[in-house]
Design a binder for this molecule. Sequence first.
Ligand SMILES: Cc1cc2nc3c(=O)[nH]c(=O)nc-3n(C[C@H](O)[C@H](O)[C@H](O)COP(=O)(O)O)c2cc1C
Length: 184
Amino acid sequence: MRITLVSGSNRANAASTNLLKYMQGLLEPQNITVTLIDLAQLPLPLFTPDNWDFHPNAKHMLDTFAESDGIVLATPEYHGSLSGVLKNALDYVNPTLIAGKPVLSVSSAGGPLGVSSLTHLQTIVRNLHGINCSEWISVGFGTQAFDADGVLADEEVRTRVSDVLESFVQLTRTLGTTNLAAFK
Ligand SMILES: Cc1cc2nc3c(=O)[nH]c(=O)nc-3n(C[C@H](O)[C@H](O)[C@H](O)COP(=O)(O)O)c2cc1C
């Protein structure tokens, strides 16, 4: 099974990226191949429909999506929505790359919760014909949520993350046995 994690924050030591690295640490021991696309390390030019000869970074992201069985999208909550960096990345995506695949949305907020960005992300996933995971994760209070080693400081949040991830992996396994072509 291949799962791609996309961090939509271009901030150094971003909570969204730390959350995905934490998830990567939970997924890899389950014999799952994980690719982390950190949009701070893989910057994408501003998408324009006038240019379909994409930058190598965009091609890399799209090729990774094509090979994925499931995708996790992480965003900081920006003004009650997702980051421009992640929205720009998703504008490159053709629905055929996502159709029928499970997508888990996660967010990091400065306040206790960032739910608006999650609903907006799920709307985009729906429009790309992806299958929204019935669960989502919002980590509050930004980088304070992590200790110096990048581990989630609060045990309840750690439990929530591992429970949601388990349900996402189960969904990915279930959908992996169906014919994805039916969704395209
Ligand atoms: C432009 C901007 C807008 C923000 N808007 C919100 C917001 O609407 N609600 C909120 O809780 N936090 C808001 N924040 C705080 C970020 O969501 C918070 O710092 C988050 O942890 C950043 O995630 P990151 O570390 O993954 O970049 C905003 C931050 C910035 C820079």
